[in-house]
Design a protein around this ligand. Structure first.
Ligand code: BG6
Length: 490
């Protein structure tokens, strides 16, 4: 990794505090941050360098997975952090920023490699990119990169417009679109597990897989984000990005030797092969839900419409479940079920691969029936892999009994790097494997667009579900139509 300057837009914001500084600190402790490392934090507040540094120290103490062992290491970590007051729309401020970046490059003997991290609202992406261009900040002889948070667009058209605008300043190889689900360690291992294990590889197709279930359930409600969430809904907030990325990462078939380009090309192949939906068919394949009052982990909670800041007649989706079919030779005929929602029973992100009937069940008596084999990837909050196989219960009439083989990947959960650590480290190294390529983003919006249209026109009924449940009845019915059920809903 070459030393670089990290230019952080939104340096006083919540994401920086909770995720970015702790991630950088952990990279620093692991010796994964090339030295010298210069960070310029930007914001509108009139912060001094000292105030900025002490805020970063505090954020690390509060949110880092590793507690700093001594003040000296933390001091050393923040010593090259500087703050620059910047108004995003003010061209003069960018020239001032350029001066500071150059001055620090000179003082530290840094090559002019610059990473611009946009931890700001999407309305600022375009003006920042064009001001980087106009001010000369982006005309370094070293490399330049743009790291950009979601949401990347609001629908297909706005995503295309944004991309066109950004590409006036940055080439596709220079744009690192963050989808933090791609930074989760288990998601990063999905492709490799299948690629490096002939046992899994051999089973990874419609010959043996009956269906795949991808769930990301949350217990939290809309929280303090009513203004944002009520216009976005689960479909834009989670489905178009995180959930479709999980689908691509699960269905991918990687060649033995794979590069960043190959991984992203193969992912593109998957999303391209997903059977498109027509607006009038959405109702049959997609379930739209909104939470009503209920109780989550023993605590009574309000329904969505009574949440502060939510329009009392809002028809926004807080839950979505969908059936997707991948029309390629590997997956033809295997339904992929995806669901995600707020205020559900548990916080869990999990992929369950259900294999086809283990025995010719039609011909055996009911006592001799065996449960299907399942391969379960726990992505969060804890990670793990479980294989469900059948054994014989010798004490109980010799019936088949499912048993679980659990793979413990880490002795301690705090040893697992956080998503942001993986992603920021990769961006600094220039490895784009776990960032969303424009093709994937565009194809995802393209697939989702008829759903947005159908929701907008109310072509899909809005089903309510009690807070603390696994979603509306329609979600169970979607699988029941095919003779399946969601695993592990208890
Ligand atoms: C974010 C969404 O992208 O992901 C949030 O905007 C959601 O609404 C969050 O809560 C979930 O992330 P994680 O890592 O907690 O599963």
């Amino acid at each position: 990794m070459e030393p670089a300057t990290f230019v952080l837009f939104g340096a006083t914001g919540d994401l920086a505090k909770r995720k970015i500084y702790p991630a950088l600190y952990n990279l620093f402790v692991d010796g994964k941050l090339a030295q010298p490392f210069s960070l310029i934090g930007l914001g509108r507040r009139e912060w001094s360098d000292e105030l900025f540094q002490s805020n970063v120290e505090q954020a690390v103490r509060q949110f880092s997975r590793r507690t700093p062992s001594d003040d000296a290491s933390l001091r050393q970590f923040v010593s090259n952090f500087r703050f620059c007051v910047l108004d995003i729309g003010q061209q003069d401020d960018y020239r001032k920023l350029l001066k500071l970046v150059e001055q620090r490059e000179e003082e530290l003997g840094l090559p002019d490699n610059r990473l611009f991290y946009l931890s700001v609202g999407p309305e600022f992406f375009e003006p920042i990119a064009s001001n980087i261009q106009e001010s000369g900040l982006g005309s370094a002889r070293g490399w330049k990169r743009l790291v950009i948070e979601k949401p990347f667009g609001h629908d297909l058209q706005s995503a295309r417009d944004l991309n066109r605008k950004l590409s006036e300043t940055f080439a596709e190889e220079e744009i690192f679109r963050i989808d933090h689900y791609l930074g989760k360690p288990m998601v990063q291992k999905l492709g490799a597990l299948q690629q490096a294990n002939p046992v899994i590889q051999a089973l990874w197709s419609n010959r043996y897989v009956a269906n795949v279930q991808i769930t990301a359930s949350e217990t939290v409600g809309v929280e303090e984000r009513a203004g944002y969430y009520d216009h976005i809904g689960a479909v834009r907030d989670m489905f178009q990005n995180h959930m479709l990325q999980l689908l691509m990462m699960t269905a991918i078939h990687l060649p033995h030797e794979s590069s960043s380009e190959k991984v992203r090309f193969k992912k593109k192949n998957v999303i391209e092969a997903v059977q498109p939906l027509q607006k009038q068919d959405v109702r049959a394949q997609v379930v739209r839900g909104q939470y009503a009052e209920g109780s989550v982990q023993g605590k009574p909670v309000a329904g969505y419409l009574s949440e502060p800041g939510i329009a009392p007649d809002s028809r926004n989706d807080t839950f979505i479940a969908a059936r997707l079919l991948i029309e390629d030779s590997y997956w033809r005929g295997v339904p992929f079920y995806i669901r995600t929602g707020k205020r559900m029973k548990e916080k869990s992100t999990r992929i369950v691969v259900e294999f086809k009937e283990p025995l010719a069940q039609a011909t055996v008596s009911s006592e001799d029936r065996a449960a299907p084999n399942l391969l379960i990837f726990e992505i969060g909050p804890n990670e793990g892999i479980t294989l469900q196989i059948n054994s014989k219960d010798l004490e109980n009439k010799g019936e088949f009994r499912p048993v679980h083989i659990d793979l413990d990947l880490h002795d301690r959960q705090e040893d697992v790097p956080e998503a942001y650590e993986n992603l920021i480290g990769d961006a600094l190294r220039g490895d784009a494997t776990f960032f969303a390529h424009w093709d994937e983003v565009e194809l995802s919006w393209q697939w989702v667009q008829p759903i947005l249209d159908a929701f907008e026109e109310n072509l899909v009924p809005l089903q309510t579900y009690a807070a603390g449940s696994y979603g509306p009845a329609g979600s169970d019915a979607l699988l029941a139509e095919d003779g399946y059920h969601w695993w592990f809903d208890v």
